[in-house]
Design a protein around this ligand. Structure first.
Ligand SMILES: C[S@@+](CC[C@H](N)C(=O)[O-])C[C@H]1O[C@@H](n2cnc3c(N)ncnc32)[C@H](O)[C@@H]1O
Length: 322
């Protein structure tokens, strides 16, 4: 299957990263390499791009795209920046920079969540619109799949993740239905799970334009399985520490839970003081690590939202290190 993914807020991301041709830039979520390719185009031979993704198919797609682009740049202008792609979690970026003896990066981009390629590839089991084995792993080398969560989590654990990660108002009804269904036989496919969810949600709420009835539950199970929010705040702090002075961290999030974590991490990095508000001056000694560039999140323009529906919920936030 061909890797198709339209990079979200491309121009805004490039501007956010404020690319210097001889700098080091990191794309922590390569996907098909859409953003990474545009970064590479702006690098001189002395510039470097480091890219990570935990999905081996994404990594290979990004590699093909960047190698073809490098050949094209060689033909057009006789040179290109160097790039190094690694199958890794973006939380490992500080370790990779140390391991490869790279300088502190001038910019890091995270485009969180899943790619269209992952969603559209039925074999991956991310989509509630296509019947497939319950998989949903971003990293195909992990052994645990969505099937394990759906068939092994207790009813209260299921209700918790559906509520916390899916903001699903019918979380406890759905958890109950899942447990009843799996008592008859294990749930094996996305189609079976969709049917169980559909039966748990009152019909009038399915018709009120709130999207597909399984949308929130699938998001929740995917986030839990791939531990998408676990440690994200600490990871953002570590990435800020890794940046060079004036280096930028740009993060695109796709739902309110993610965005809240990014917003709070950036605010805390800007103003980490924990002194009571009525203290005349700071005594805790915590030092600001830089400033939030985007007070409000940057949103895709109308045209982009119309041409790429996936961009509609995207929010870009930028932090600049001191
Ligand atoms: C929205 S897509 C990125 C698309 C990319 N910017 C492009 O232009 O094609 C998100 C990618 O991040 C990867 N990903 C998600 N969480 C990750 C993590 N913790 N570490 C590394 N990669 C991750 C996913 O596998 C997916 O390929």
């Amino acid at each position: 299957m061909e890797f198709v993914h339209t990079p979200v807020m491309l121009e805004e991301c490039l501007e956010a990263l404020n690319i210097q041709p001889k700098g080091l830039y990191v794309d922590g979520t390569l996907g098909g390499g859409g953003h990474a390719g545009e970064i590479l185009k702006r690098l001189a031979p002395a510039g470097t791009l480091l890219g990570t993704d935990r999905d081996r198919d994404a990594l290979e797609a990004a590699r093909r795209h960047l190698e073809a682009l490098a050949r094209q740049l060689d033909e057009e202008r006789g040179n290109h920046g160097s790039f190094r792609l690694v199958k890794a979690n973006y939380s490992q970026i500080p370790d990779l920079i140390r391991e490869y003896s790279l300088p502190a990066p001038n910019g890091i981009l995270l485009d969180l969540g899943v790619s269209s390629f992952q969603i559209d590839n039925p074999e991956r089991g991310f989509s509630y619109l296509k019947d497939a084995p319950l998989d949903m792993r971003m990293d195909q080398e992990e052994s645990r799949t969505a099937r394990d969560i759906v068939n092994e989590y207790s009813e209260s654990e299921l209700a918790r993740i559906l509520r916390d990660y899916g903001e699903e108002r019918f979380a406890s009804f759905i958890a109950r239905r899942i447990v009843l269904a799996r008592q008859e036989k294990p749930l094996e496919t996305t189609g079976q799970l969709v049917e169980v969810i559909r039966r748990a949600i009152p019909v009038k709420y399915q018709k009120n334009g709130g999207g597909h009835p399984a949308k929130r539950s699938f998001q929740a199970i995917r986030i839990e399985l791939n531990q998408e929010l676990t440690g994200l705040e600490q990871c953002l702090e570590d990435l800020i520490d890794t940046l060079a002075p004036k280096g930028r961290l740009a993060v695109i999030s796709f739902h309110s839970l993610e965005d809240r974590i990014v917003k709070n991490a950036f605010r805390r990095a800007e103003d980490p003081c924990i002194c009571p508000r009525d203290f005349p001056r700071c005594v805790c000694g915590a030092k600001s690590r830089g400033k939030v560039i985007s007070r409000n999140p940057i949103l895709p323009g109308e045209e982009e939202q119309e041409s790429n529906s996936r961009s509609a919920s995207a929010k870009l936030r930028i932090f600049e290190k001191s």
